[in-house]
Structure formats: structure tokens, C-alpha cells
Design a protein around this ligand. Structure first.
Ligand SMILES: [Zn+2]
Length: 226
């Protein structure tokens, strides 16, 4: 059983790296952002709250994030382990989490703010099938059109300069206390997130003492995102 937390500002490739890690190791990728996006797309009550909050340029409350993760973890569909992305968000959650689960490692994807801005503002998503693109190194064949289904690509609603500035500030303020908690337990590995995804993945696996990625497996969903 392997249990990991992955941390890194939005655009650092958390989703891609989590999917690469979970693809052949059979661990479940738990993404708080994906759970919220699903709720928004499916017009749930929670989704309405998340949409309102983001439209106001604010952040979803730590309590809601915690309850979403708790619900997900009590689902017990993670026989071989999990990798969590988007949690914990504060010191109290980090301490609770460490008391409840034996964490094997905390992966920190390190990316300068200037590079985050460049990556995030170039992200596009298919409005029909949800396929992710990045105009920097993963443009669709026909500009503005999804390679998979031909539908129109759009910017995510929360990928604006203003919203990103808020998220970056929030990330730095909140991440440092969480990292302090994990660093005390010596769980943290730091990985340079600037190279290509497969290079970053190899670095993660080497530092965690895991076998190399098996490239003959199925391509992870959404692997085109930076
Ligand atoms: Zn599509």
C-alpha cells in the first residue's frame, strides 16, 4: 500500500504527475480540483457554491475541502493506495491527516511563479470531452479545436490573471505551514517541475525508490496537460 500527497501550485503538473504515478502502480488519484469541477459540471448544490466562490475570485473553504477528502477516503476503493492532490490546505488538516494515515511521501513540485503564469494562461480544455491542452507544447492540430472530438476549446473559467494572482498568493501563504508539518516528519521530496513530464516523473520515482514508469501501459487520461 502506497500513500502519497502531491503539492505544487496550479500549473506545476500535479494532475499529470499523479496520473503517471497512479497508471501502473494501481493507486487511486484523488484530486480535490477534479471533484469540484465534476460537481460544477453536474450542477450539484456543492457545484453551485464552488462556481459562485470562484466567480467572486475567492477560494473554496478549507472545511469543504476537508469533508470532500474525508468522504473520498472513506470510500475504500483504494486497495493499493492513493495520491492526493489539493489537500491538506492548512496545518490542522496536515496534522489530522498524519494521525489518520501512514503517509509514505510528500511530493513537492517546485516551479517559479513566472513559469506558473506562462503555463496556466496557455491552458485550454475541450468543452465537450474534457481533454486538456497546453498551447506551449501541446497545441491541438487545428487551432481552437479538440483533436479527440472536434469540439471548441476554451479557457477554464478560473484561469485568468486576476484569479491566478489570488491563487499564487494563497498558495504560498498556506503551503509553508503545511510543509513545515510534513518536513518535521522527513516525508518531503522536492522535484524540479520545469523539465518535460516524463523527466519529472522519473525524478519523483527515483527519489521515492519506486520502479521506473512502464511506458507500455495505457496512456494516462489528460496527460497532455502541463
Ligand atoms: Zn474534445
Amino acid at each position: 500500500m502506497r500513500k502519497y500527497v502531491i503539492m505544487g501550485v496550479q500549473g506545476s503538473g500535479k494532475g499529470t504527475q499523479s496520473q503517471l504515478l497512479s497508471a501502473d502502480l494501481d493507486i487511486v488519484h484523488i484530486s480535490v480540483g477534479d471533484i469540484f469541477r465534476w460537481n460544477v459540471q453536474n450542477h450539484t448544490k456543492m457545484g453551485a457554491y464552488v462556481r459562485r466562490t470562484m466567480a467572486a475570485g475567492e477560494l473554496v473553504s478549507d472545511d469543504l475541502v476537508e469533508s470532500v477528502v474525508r468522504d473520498r477516503l472513506t470510500g475504500h476503493d483504494w486497495n493499493y493506495g492513493f495520491i492526493i492532490d489539493g489537500f491538506p490546505r492548512n496545518r490542522a488538516q496536515a496534522e489530522f491527516f498524519l494521525e489518520s494515515y501512514d503517509i509514505d511521501g510528500v511530493i513537492v513540485l517546485d516551479l517559479p511563479d513566472s513559469e506558473v503564469r506562462r503555463r496556466v494562461l496557455n491552458r485550454r480544455v475541450c468543452q465537450n470531452c474534457g481533454m486538456n491542452y497546453n498551447l506551449l507544447d501541446n497545441s491541438p492540430t487545428v487551432p481552437g479545436q479538440c483533436d479527440m472530438c472536434g469540439a471548441e476549446l476554451a479557457t477554464r473559467e478560473d484561469d485568468t490573471e486576476e484569479a491566478l494572482a489570488v491563487r499564487l498568493r494563497d498558495y504560498h501563504e498556506k503551503t509553508n505551514p503545511v510543509l513545515d508539518v510534513f518536513r518535521r516528519k522527513e516525508y518531503v521530496i522536492t522535484v524540479d517541475a520545469r523539465p518535460a513530464p516524463e523527466v519529472v516523473q522519473a525524478d519523483i520515482r527515483e527519489q521515492l525508490g519506486l520502479p521506473p514508469f512502464k511506458s507500455d501501459g495505457p496512456a494516462p487520461e489528460g496527460s497532455a496537460v502541463a
